[in-house]
Design a protein around this ligand. Structure first.
Ligand code: CUA
Length: 162
């Protein structure tokens, strides 16, 4: 098969550009500590309140006693619950979120904490908050008329001496 000289040149240019773009994406993902979601854990979104872990009284931050913590949250139209959570800085935290209704997207600007919350599945993210401060937890997947008002607070505070 005959391939024109100019065409050959552009094939190489295309391959070169693809390699550059994949390289930039990979470097950015590694540099910013971005992970694909891990695990695959189904849950009945209509019965969250009856599950032990996602029952209202059990939501929020828990110290695991080994220098790490677990944060459990529920996203539901239109808010993330608990509506204010306090977590310690510089502590590895496993965050587990479930949706009680439709697809939501959980996003905390200026951190690497972001995940889709797909109904029927537990979204799990491991992160460490590096800086203290007040952060806004926002929904970044359109979920209905109240989507713009779907947000809550995350406070990253100094570790308590324990
Ligand atoms: Cu929840 Cu948009």
């Amino acid at each position: 098969m005959h391939i024109d000289q100019t065409e050959k040149k552009w094939i190489w240019v295309t391959i070169f550009m693809t390699v550059i773009m994949v390289g930039v994406l990979t470097a950015y993902a590694v540099g910013s500590n971005i992970h694909p979601p891990s695990g695959f854990e189904p849950i009945d979104s209509t019965r969250l309140h009856l599950s032990e872990e996602f029952a209202e009284d059990n939501l929020g931050y828990k110290d695991n006693g080994d220098g790490t913590g677990t944060l459990t949250m529920v996203g539901a139209r239109y808010g993330f619950y608990p509506s204010t959570v306090e977590v310690p800085v510089d502590t590895p935290i496993k965050i587990r979120v479930a949706s009680a209704d439709v697809l939501h997207g959980l996003h905390v600007p200026f951190t690497n904490y972001t995940t889709m919350v797909v109904p029927g599945y537990v979204a799990e993210v491991n992160t460490t908050f590096q800086k203290t401060g007040d952060y806004t937890v926002m929904c970044n997947e359109y979920c209905g008329l109240g989507h713009d008002h779907m947000w809550s607070r995350l406070k990253v505070v100094e570790k308590t001496g324990s």
